[in-house]
Design a protein around this ligand. Structure first.
Ligand code: AMP
Length: 279
């Protein structure tokens, strides 16, 4: 059975009620809803290690910049609840705005900000985004007190920023990064893919196909960028970084990633590939 909680009070009642019969660790899967197979892979990974699984659905305004898609972000609660039930989620926490940001009228003035890993990649183009993400995730950690939390590596920077926040704040929570789930043609699944027109959707898989052409020995980054542009993508950034620190590098020395953000028309897509080089 999946319990649906709309308030922190209901959530806390659920946590209290299940405390004695709890078999394992609480596993948290934070999402903004419009669930797809990528989100469900997080639930499946969580189920292997945790019981109960708490999936949260909250479109977090503080991680959207001015002019971004907060208002039109897809909201599909009924469908999300059905998918959660089918997947065996113990509790869906789907709070209202005022529940998470009670100081709404006067606006919150307390935030969590990571100041190193969050500055690169998307951080350069979406100021305040990771501050919003870190703030809402810490709020959820505080409300739910999970032992483990599951995030997708599709949002590579998000994962490594949160990893640093957890370490810096001495939180006793294990983060798990789950590999990117893709459509059959390679496009990384995303709730935002539904904004793509038919023509854009046809082109979109080239993004991943081009990233995969990167060769750590050749270091052919410029070639990949040209290829993307020739396919009609407007490249916002394409950057090699080392992991876990997300430092920009010209060459991968051991563990790293090639991460990018591109536009197809007005739709922004992000993706990355993990790289390893044995020297
Ligand atoms: P979102 O609802 O877009 O905020 O995503 C919620 C969580 O699902 C985040 O940890 C994402 O990284 C993860 N996620 C979204 N899309 C995918 C995907 N295609 N594969 C794996 N994880 C994903």
């Amino acid at each position: 059975m999946t319990v649906v909680c709309r308030t922190i009070k209901e959530l806390q009642a659920y946590l209290k009620k299940t405390k004695d019969q709890r078999e394992g660790s609480i596993g948290l899967v934070p999402t903004m809803g419009a669930l797809h197979a990528g989100h469900m892979a997080l639930v499946q990974a969580a189920k292997k290690e945790c019981n109960p699984i708490i999936l949260t659905i909250f479109v977090n305004p503080t991680q959207f910049g001015p002019g971004e898609d907060y208002q039109k972000y897809p909201r599909e609660l009924e469908k999300d609840l059905n998918l959660s039930k089918e997947a065996g989620v113990g509790c869906v926490f789907a709070p209202d705005l005022k529940e998470i940001y009670p100081a709404q009228e006067e606006e919150s003035s307390t935030f969590v900000e990571e100041t190193s890993r969050s500055r690169e990649l998307c951080g350069k183009f979406r100021p305040g985004h990771f501050r919003g993400v870190a703030t809402v995730v810490i709020k959820l950690f505080h409300m739910i007190q999970p032992q483990k939390a599951f995030f997708g590596l599709k949002d590579l920077q998000q994962f490594y920023v949160l990893d640093k926040v957890v370490k810096d704040l001495n939180l006793d929570i294990e983060l798990r990064g789950v590999p990117t789930v893709r459509e059959a043609d390679g496009l990384a699944m995303s709730s935002r893919n539904q904004y793509l027109s038919i023509e854009e959707r046809e082109k979109a898989p080239y993004f991943y196909q081009c990233l995969k052409k990167y060769d750590v020995e050749k270091g052919n980054l410029a070639e990949i960028k040209n290829l993307l542009e020739s396919k009609g993508f407007q490249v916002q950034y394409l950057q090699l970084v080392s992991l876990p620190d997300l430092r920009p590098v010209h060459q991968i020395h051991s563990k790293g990633a090639l991460a990018g953000a591109v536009f197809l028309g007005s739709v922004r897509l992000i993706d990355n590939i993990l790289l390893e080089r044995k020297i």
